[in-house]
Write a protein that binds this ligand. Structure first.
Ligand SMILES: [Zn+2]
Ligand SMILES: [Zn+2]
Length: 109
């Protein structure tokens, strides 16, 4: 696990959790479910963070890398969020189906 211990508090319409400050500005910021809904996650504030499309793509990529045993990319926050999501899924008994690609899921704004 990363040395980060808690996922950032979900703030409706808040900034990107991964990068905080952006230049240029992201085209949009979406709600990412730390444990994806398709993997048994809940649509609750303790399971959601705000991320830009780049951060979102990277989190899911790192989660797939963790699932393959070779986490190697991502920023500290991207790796942390992927790690928490993956381990919540494992702790729940691996419900649903593993989300390998961002385009397999439905991002909500
Ligand atoms: Zn997501
Ligand atoms: Zn961002």
């Amino acid at each position: 696990m990363s040395q980060l211990v808690a996922i950032p508090t979900f703030v409706k319409d808040g900034p990107c959790t991964v990068h905080r400050y952006h230049w240029p500005k992201p085209l949009r910021i979406v709600n990412h479910h730390v444990q994806p809904l398709e993997m048994g996650g809940t649509d609750t504030s303790d399971n959601k963070v705000r991320v830009c499309d780049t951060g979102h793509y990277n989190i899911h990529r790192v989660m797939a890398e963790i699932n393959h045993g070779f986490p190697q990319s991502g920023t500290k926050m991207e790796r942390f969020l992927a790690d928490v999501g993956f381990h919540r899924w494992v702790a729940d008994g691996k419900p649903g189906r593993f989300v390998y690609q961002l385009w397999d899921i439905h991002a909500s704004q």
